[in-house]
Design a protein around this ligand. Sequence first.
Ligand code: ATP
Ligand code: MG
Length: 250
Amino acid sequence: MTNPALSNDPGDAIPSARGANRPQPAIALLETRHLSRSVGQRLLVNDVSVQVSAGEIFAVVGPSGAGKSSFLRLLNRLDEPTAGTVLLQNVDYRSIAPQELRRRVGMVMQTAFLFPGTISANIAFGPRQRGEVMAPTQIATLLERVGLSGFADRDIGNLSGGEAQRVALARTLANAPEVLLLDEPTSALDEASVRGVEELVLGIVRERRMACVIVTHNREQAVRLADRTMIMEAGRLVAIGPTREVLHAD
Ligand SMILES: Nc1ncnc2c1ncn2[C@@H]1O[C@H](COP(=O)(O)OP(=O)(O)OP(=O)(O)O)[C@@H](O)[C@H]1O
Ligand SMILES: [Mg+2]
């Protein structure tokens, strides 16, 4: 018996032939569907549905307490949604093993939480947890990319804030994530380091075609980095669109 829902268009039987001459829509690498989290009576994140594509930087801005960090922490399941869900390449993330999810969705916070020891040990940590050994040349290449050539054997104790954030970024990149989550990654840095880290994020997101979600209280930073921006207030999405339009920046 044929399924009438599928048989109306004979082209459906041969999707590759049917789709061959059509422009492919941008694929949402990351999608939230009615994503919500409540704690007690409070809705920290309230019904947020957005899509972020490969190579795109998506900013989340809004007043303090709006739920920006709460939203971000739902995206790699650091916190559990109380309603709605997240799709990673169209797959509900609740069906992905947590360890694999954390590898595929990397996160860098406001201040780098590095382990005592050398920079190379910090960078090799993620792969090592999965039983993979990073070759010194791989570590060197990654360090070079984040502007820290020759830092492999240095101790993390001697790093400036900007350097530590670059190590945190390199450590996340060592896992080859598809999605990069950044929570106020430059708010603890001086102005010169801010611009350096911004340029790094821009370059790396484009090169690796990651979907990047950056929480920032700094609207100028959103304008410099983000293709699109959403504004959150009291847990809700109140505006979304191209960054300059949403933030009324000229
Ligand atoms: N685990 C929790 N339990 C209860 N309330 C929480 C919890 N975590 C955060 N909140 C509250 O949820 C609201 C949103 O917090 P969140 O940290 O997501 O805001 P934010 O937009 O990131 O703010 P900021 O710009 O200050 O970082 C705040 O009122 C906060 O006090
Ligand atoms: Mg926050």
